[in-house]
Design a protein around this ligand. Structure first.
Ligand code: CA
Length: 243
């Protein structure tokens, strides 16, 4: 499926929940999403809103595609209920562009909309944009590490009176290591994260970037602060001070 090639390295891993009552459309959407590397969950019982609401809660979804035209039920009402206790991003599926625009403007809590007939490229772009916004919103940008303050919004490490500046690649790598500190972060994860941020570097460049970052961190946190785990990846280790 050539159409998906351009998305493969740009995707954000996520589970997407489909709420669409027409099985044929659901199947089509599911194929598009799975083809783009997303994990897809579907609701298939459209008996009542309570069941749907419970289905959403149990889905573990990172994003919902919600059809407004559910037979006999109101997609809008479902959205309203959902918003009472969840801020999971929702993209509205609709045949009525004007209605969807109004709905976004009225603050019902939808994040975006896609009009029928669905163009796969457009749908995937919208999904990626919404996921990216959500991820960025949920990420804190200030970390403390080994007595230093790391401000990833500004790309700077503040330690005592010193400021160490980070390159964009180093910021992306360090964020990942900080979020998974103590655990092994695979090279593949780091590459994907760099790609997601439109930084296209190869395997060797990753090694170079990690070793530059390690040098910068060693001034603050001592030797081997980024451990190389051969064949596995890297791990950020917080050593005792003075080591
Ligand atoms: Ca429908």
């Amino acid at each position: 499926m050539d159409i998906f090639v351009g998305f493969r390295y740009n995707r954000i891993m996520a589970r997407i929940l489909l709420i669409e009552d027409e099985a044929a459309i659901r199947r089509m959407l599911s194929e598009i999403l799975v083809g783009a590397g997303y994990d897809v969950a579907e609701l298939t019982d459209f008996g009542n809103l309570d069941d749907l609401n419970r289905g959403v809660e149990g889905s573990g979804a990172d994003l919902i595609l919600l059809d407004l035209g559910l037979a006999g039920l109101s997609g809008l009402e479902l959205l309203r209920r959902l918003r009472q206790n969840s801020d999971i991003p929702v993209i509205i599926l609709t045949g009525e562009t004007a209605e969807a625009k109004e709905l976004l403007a009225m603050g019902y809590g939808a994040d975006d909309f896609v009009s029928k007939p669905y163009k796969p490229e457009l749908l995937l772009l919208r999904i990626r944009a919404v996921l990216r916004r959500t991820l960025e919103r949920s990420r804190s940008d200030i970390y403390s590490f080994a007595g230093a303050k790391i401000d990833l919004a500004r790309g700077v490490i503040l330690h005592q009176d010193h400021r160490t500046h980070l390159t964009k690649n180093e910021m992306i790598i360090l964020r990942q290591l900080l979020e998974e500190r103590g655990k092994i972060v695979s090279r593949e994860t780091l590459m994907t994260e760099l790609w997601n941020n439109q930084e296209y570097i190869n395997d060797n460049a990753l090694t170079v970037n990690v070793s530059r970052l390690r040098t910068k961190l060693e001034k603050i946190a001592g030797k081997n602060v980024i451990e190389t785990r051969k064949g596995l990846g890297y791990s950020l280790v917080e050593a005792e001070h003075g080591e």
